[in-house]
Design a protein around this ligand. Structure first.
Ligand code: PAF
Length: 287
């Protein structure tokens, strides 16, 4: 596995890599969720490039950029074991040269949910992902379903801007008790870690209601809210039952839907989601 930082070195490595190339964009502090993307790329592609770059433009002024967790040494050892071929860790000045003023702005699908709560977030994500695609020129790129809206935004950008890359979405990886893996989980105290289970519990309860025949979107949102109200440490930001492509809120779930939630547990903001119909075997049909 080679580790490069300049564009010149990335280009040199890229030229010699067997194609197809799979790209796994990350911000580091890797967990099993990221590694599942790397393993999928290793399975499907002749070469795998992983980028590690904490992208400042996708953090709001009150968000956790300065304290975002970092551990490059550990990341590199995990990536080597997972079978990555090249790790690209660009300097900030490469991604945002002095005088930078060119952005990718995906419109409608960024106005809701995460986009509404985190103004500018998806402009930062789309711009950096577009730049990573331009530099690495991968045939496939891997993203986690955990950031469901990010996937919708990137798919839209790829279509609209004719990026020649196939987007592969991998399932959410969870702890055995249901907590979705996230680099931000390390901010949780023991008590908060327990309380954070309320996210997967709320989604699971609504998923079970759906499987049991309740396809009324407002009912499903209400069911989730009721579960959150049982957890004093949870402060709900949004609860959504939306069309999985447009992210517009639904009245009735006719074919499929994305249930998604954003919740503060203490000062840590967590997100989670569940796609309906649930292929997720954690959500059984209630008897
Ligand atoms: O999902 C992430 O970790 C980031 O949003 C990404 C795609 C690496 C862009 O910075």
């Amino acid at each position: 596995m080679r580790v490069v930082s300049s564009l010149k070195d990335l280009n040199l490595e890229r030229e010699n890599l067997p194609k197809p190339i799979g790209l796994v964009p990350t911000m580091g502090f890797l967990h099993e969720g990221h590694l599942s993307l790397v393993r999928e790329s290793v399975k499907q592609c002749a070469s795998t490039v992983v980028s590690i770059f904490i992208n400042p433009t996708q953090f709001g002024p009150k968000e956790d950029l300065a304290k975002y967790p970092r551990d490059l040494k550990r990341d590199l050892s995990l990536l080597e074991n997972a079978g990555a071929d090249v790790v690209w860790c660009p300097e900030e000045a490469i991604m945002y040269p002095p005088g930078f003023q060119t952005w990718i702005n995906v419109e409608e699908v960024t106005n809701k949910l995460e986009g509404a709560m985190r103004p500018g977030h998806f402009r930062g994500v789309a711009t950096i992902v577009g730049k990573l695609f331009n530099a690495v020129l991968p045939q496939k790129a891997y993203f986690g379903q955990k950031d469901a809206q990010q996937v919708v935004v990137i798919r839209r950008m790829v279509k609209d801007l004719n990026f020649q890359v196939e987007i592969i979405v991998c399932p959410i990886v969870r702890e055995t008790d249901g907590l979705a893996l996230s680099s931000r989980n390390i901010y949780l105290s023991t008590e908060e870690r327990k309380a954070a289970l309320v996210l997967s519990k709320a989604l699971k309860t609504a998923g079970a209601a759906y499987n049991n025949g309740d396809h009324d979107a407002e009912n499903l949102r209400r069911i989730m809210l009721k579960v959150f109200n049982t957890e004093p440490l949870a402060k709900v930001q949004y609860i959504s039952c939306a069309d999985p492509d447009t992210l517009d809120e639904l009245i009735h779930v006719d074919s499929c839907a994305l249930l998604s939630v954003a919740v503060y547990i203490g000062s840590t903001r967590l997100i989670d989601n569940l796609s309906l119909p649930c292929s997720d075997d954690r959500v059984e049909k209630a008897a």
